[in-house]
Design a protein around this ligand. Structure first.
Ligand code: ADP
Length: 476
C-alpha cells in the first residue's frame, strides 16, 4: 500500500515491533491478504501493561492543556491523512470507500471533541455542614486503561475510548479486532507523529483474543477496561474484571427496532431505513434489525422500500458508486443466510433479494410478513436484511420494540409531536432516533441499557468513564 501510515508492526512502549509469529489480514471483498501483523502473546501484553503503568506516572502530570493540545494535533493529522486511512479501512473491513471517509471523520470528531472537553473535567466545592471543615472534589484519570474493539468500525470504536482516556491523563493498551488491525496501527503512527510520549499508547495485535483479553481484564495494573463487541464476550470480560474490581465500560450488541406509524412521512422513513440499515452492509450495533410498520401504510412503505433497496449497488468498496460491501467473513455470511432461511421457513416472504451473490456478498434483502418468533426478531443479524413486521396500535409497537434483552438504539417515524414524546419515553433503549435513522454524534452520549451495555461514549459523559472523583476534606 502506498501510504506511510500502513505498517505491519505492532506498537509497544513507543516502538513498532515484529513478533515471532504473524497472521494475515484478509480483504473480505477479494479474499486476498493485504498484509500480516504480529501475533502477540500474553507475555507481550504483560510487557505493554507494565510500560503503560510506567508512562502513566509521567503522563498524568503533563498539564491537561498540553494533553489536549497533543490530542488536537492527532485530530489535525488524521484530517490531513484521511484518504490514506480510509483506503486502509476499506481494504481490511470491506466497507465502501465513501463510508470509510465518513467513518474517519466521525472517528476524528471524538479527537476534536475530547481535545476540548478534556479541559472541563471540573471538580466542585461542597458547602460543609461541619464547622471548620472545607469539602471539595477533584477528578483524576483512572490510570492504565485496557481497550478491546471490534472490526465493524475499525477507527471510530477506538477513538471514542482513546481520546477521552488520553486527555484524562490515562495511558492505553489497545487490542483491536484481528480482522482490522491496520486502521489501529495507522492511529499509532499518527500518535507518534503528533508527539504522544512513548508508552502512552500501545497496540497489541493478536489472534489470541481470549488469552490477551483475559490478561487485560485481570492484570492488577489495569484500572479500567473498555470493550465494544458482543454481549457474550462483554459478560466474560465483566466477570474477569470483577476479580480485581476494575471499572468497566461495555458497548455491546443491539437489536434496534424501527417503527413506522401511519402518520409518518413515508419518503423520509424510507430514506431513514436505508441509512439505518445498510451502512456497513448492516454490520453495525445500531443497525435496524426489526422494522415494525403500522397496518395502514404497510403496503405502501414496503413497496417504496423494496424499490429503493433494489437500486443499491453491491461490490468491492474501492470501486466507485458502491453502496454495500461484503460481509466480514464466512461466519457473518452464515448467520445472515440462516436468519433468512429461518424467517422463510416460519412464513415470511421475500420482497427482494434473499440470496448470496458470490463469495461474501449478500443481496440487499427485504423480507415481508416476518413472524415474531423468527430468529431475526430475537437476535442481531448483522447483515443487509430488512425484516418487516406489522402492528396495529401504538401500545403494541412499544411492547414489540421492548420485547428483547437488548436496548441500544431505536428509531421511529411519526409526525404527531405527542406520539413522539410518548414513544420516545416508552422505548427501552439508550438512544432513540425520532424521524431519523442516524443518531451517532461525538457531542451526544452513545450507549445502551439492558444487555446492550454499561456507560456512555462521547459527550461529557464519555469523559466521566475515564476519571475518578476524589473527595478532599480539609480540617480546621
Ligand atoms: P464481533 O462479533 O464484533 O467480532 P466479538 O465480541 O467476538 O464481536 O469481538 C469484539 C472484540 O473482542 C474483538 O477484538 C475480538 O477479538 C475480541 N474478543 C473475542 N473474544 C474475546 C474474549 N473471550 N476475550 C476478550 N476479547 C475477545
Amino acid at each position: 500500500m502506498s501510504t506511510t501510515l500502513f505498517t505491519e508492526k505492532a506498537y509497544i512502549g513507543g516502538k513498532f515491533i515484529t513478533g515471532k509469529k504473524t497472521f494475515p489480514v484478509i480483504n473480505p471483498a477479494t479474499g486476498r491478504s493485504i498484509g500480516t501483523v504480529p501475533d502477540l502473546t500474553i507475555e507481550d501484553t504483560k510487557k505493554a501493561i507494565k510500560a503503560a503503568e510506567k508512562a502513566w506516572l509521567d503522563w498524568k502530570n503533563v498539564s491537561v492543556g498540553d494533553r489536549c493540545r497533543l490530542v488536537r494535533k492527532i485530530f489535525e493529522l488524521i484530517d490531513e491523512h484521511k484518504e490514506e486511512i480510509a483506503e486502509i479501512m476499506t481494504k481490511e473491513s470491506g466497507k465502501p470507500l465513501t463510508e470509510s471517509l465518513v467513518e474517519v471523520d466521525y472517528a476524528n470528531s471524538f479527537m476534536e471533541w475530547f481535545s476540548e472537553e478534556g479541559k472541563r473535567a471540573y471538580g466542585e466545592t461542597i458547602p460543609s455542614t461541619k464547622p471548620g471543615t472545607r469539602l471539595a472534589t477533584i477528578k483524576q484519570g483512572v490510570g492504565v486503561v485496557a481497550a478491546i474493539t471490534p472490526w465493524n468500525f475499525p477507527l471510530a470504536m477506538i477513538t471514542r475510548k482513546v481520546a477521552p482516556a488520553l486527555v484524562a491523563g490515562c495511558t492505553v493498551v489497545l487490542k483491536p479486532a484481528s480482522q482490522t488491525p491496520f486502521s489501529a496501527l495507522a492511529l499509532a503512527k499518527i500518535a507518534e507523529l503528533a508527539g504522544i510520549p512513548k508508552g502512552v499508547l500501545h497496540i497489541i495485535t493478536s489472534k489470541d483474543s481470549k488469552g490477551v483479553g483475559k490478561e487485560l481484564a485481570t492484570n492488577t495494573l489495569v484500572r479500567k477496561i473498555s470493550f465494544t463487541g458482543s454481549t457474550s464476550v462483554g459478560i466474560t470480560l465483566m466477570q474477569q474484571a470483577a476479580t480485581t474490581v476494575k471499572r468497566v465500560s461495555m458497548e455491546l450488541g443491539g437489536n434496534a427496532p424501527f417503527i413506522v406509524f401511519d402518520d409518518a412521512d413515508i419518503d423520509k422513513a424510507v430514506e431513514g431505513a436505508l441509512a439505518g440499515k445498510f451502512r456497513n452492509a448492516g454490520q453495525t450495533c445500531v443497525a435496524v434489525n426489526r422494522f415494525y410498520v403500522q397496518e395502514g401504510i404497510y403496503q405502501e412503505f414496503s413497496e417504496r422500500l423494496i424499490t429503493a433497496v433494489k437500486k443499491l449497488k453491491v461490490g468491492d468498496g474501492l470501486k466507485k458508486g458502491i453502496q454495500v460491501g461484503p460481509l466480514i467473513n464466512k461466519d457473518g455470511l452464515e448467520k445472515v443466510k440462516n436468519h433468512v432461511e429461518d424467517a422463510l421457513a416460519k412464513g415470511a416472504t421475500i420482497g427482494t433479494g434473499g440470496k448470496v451473490i458470490k463469495d461474501l456478498f449478500f443481496e440487499p434483502t427485504v423480507l415481508l410478513h416476518v413472524p415474531h418468533q423468527a430468529a431475526i426478531a430475537q437476535e442481531e443479524t448483522f447483515g443487509p436484511i430488512c425484516s418487516l413486521f406489522s402492528f396495529k396500535t401504538e401500545e403494541e409497537a412499544i411492547t414489540l420494540a421492548n420485547d428483547t434483552p437488548f436496548g441500544l438504539a431505536a428509531y421511529f417515524y411519526s409526525s404527531n409531536i405527542f406520539r413522539c414524546q410518548r414513544v420516545a419515553e416508552g422505548i427501552e433503549s439508550g438512544m432513540v432516533g425520532i424521524n431519523t435513522g442516524m443518531v451517532s454524534n461525538a457531542s451526544a452520549p452513545f450507549g445502551g441499557i439492558k444487555q446492550s451495555g454499561l456507560g456512555r461514549e462521547g459527550a461529557k459523559y464519555g469523559l466521566d468513564e475515564y476519571v475518578e472523583v476524589k473527595y478532599l476534606c480539609y480540617g480546621a
